[in-house]
Design a protein around this ligand. Structure first.
Ligand SMILES: NC(=O)c1ccc[n+]([C@@H]2O[C@H](COP(=O)([O-])OP(=O)(O)OC[C@H]3O[C@@H](n4cnc5c(N)ncnc54)[C@H](OP(=O)(O)O)[C@@H]3O)[C@@H](O)[C@H]2O)c1
Length: 191
C-alpha cells in the first residue's frame, strides 16, 4: 500500500474497519520521523536517549507548518508543549480526554480521519504509535544513530523489501553538540 486511502464517510466510527477505510479514494500522505539507535532503541523512562542538536533542528524544519501525530506519552515527554506552529493530534484511549491546543484522537482510524488531506502528516512517536502506523506510512525519515543504548522503547524491525532508500546523508564525526555519529536516511514505500 503506497498511500493510505481514507473513507469519506466517517459519520459512524464503529463501522470504520480497515476495509471500509480503504474502499474510498481520499489519499493521506503519512510520514514517520524517528531517530533510532543501532539496537533499535528510541527511548527510556519516557525520555530520548541522546541529544543531537542538528537532528532536532532538522525535525523542527521538516515538521513546522504540518500536522504531527503522537501518543500521549510522547506528548508529555516534550519539554515545551505544544510545539509551536504545528497542528497536534494526540492519541489516547481515555474517552473524552482533552489537552489544550491539541486535537485528540481515540483510535488509529480516528487519528487518520483528522489528518490534513492536502499536506504531509508526520508520525512523531513513540514506540506504540510507530508500530501501529508503520503499515500506513508511505515515507520514513530515519536518523540512524550509530551507537547502542540501554532502552525500554524500540522502533520495530523494518522489512527492507517494503522500503527503498531515496536519500542518505552521513555525519560520521561527532562534536560537542552532536556527540554520536549519525546518518539521515529517507525511505519511500516500494510495495
Ligand atoms: N527516538 C525518537 O525519535 C523518539 C520519538 C518519539 C518518542 N520517543 C520515545 O518513545 C517513548 C514513548 O513511547 P511509548 O510507546 O511509551 O508511548 P507513546 O506511543 O508516545 O504513547 C502511548 C500512549 O498513546 C495512546 N495510544 C497508543 N495507541 C493508541 C490507540 N491505538 N488508540 C488510542 N490511544 C492510543 C495511549 O494513551 P493513554 O495511556 O492515554 O490511553 C498510550 O498509553 C519515550 O521514551 C520517548 O522519548 C522517541
Amino acid at each position: 500500500m503506497s498511500d493510505f486511502l481514507l473513507s469519506t464517510d466517517s459519520t459512524d466510527s464503529t463501522d470504520s474497519t480497515d476495509s471500509t477505510i480503504l474502499t474510498n479514494s481520499t489519499k493521506m500522505n503519512i510520514s514517520i520521523i524517528v531517530a533510532v539507535a543501532k539496537n533499535n532503541a528510541i527511548g527510556k523512562d519516557n525520555k530520548l536517549l541522546w541529544h543531537l542538536s542538528e537532528d532536532l533542528k532538522r525535525f523542527k524544519k521538516l515538521t513546522t507548518g504540518h500536522t504531527i501525530v503522537m501518543g500521549k506519552n510522547t506528548y508529555y515527554s516534550l519539554p515545551n508543549r505544544p510545539l509551536p506552529n504545528r497542528r497536534h493530534i494526540i492519541l489516547t484511549d481515555i474517552p473524552g480526554e482533552q489537552i489544550d491546543g491539541c486535537i485528540m484522537a481515540y483510535s488509529i482510524e480516528d487519528a487518520i480521519s483528522k489528518m490534513d488531506r492536502d499536506e504531509e502528516n508526520f508520525i512523531i512517536g513513540g514506540a506504540s504509535i510507530y508500530r501501529q502506523f508503520l503499515s500506513y506510512a508511505n515515507k520514513l525519515y530515519i536518523t540512524w544513530v550509530h551507537h547502542e543504548f540501554e532502552a525500554d522503547t524500540f522502533f520495530p524491525e523494518l522489512d527492507k523489501a517494503e522500503w527503498k532508500i531515496m536519500s542518505k546523508e552521513d555525519f560520521p564525526n561527532p562534536d560537542e553538540k552532536n556527540p554520536y555519529p549519525y546518518t539521515y536516511v529517507i525511505y519511500e514505500r516500494s510495495k
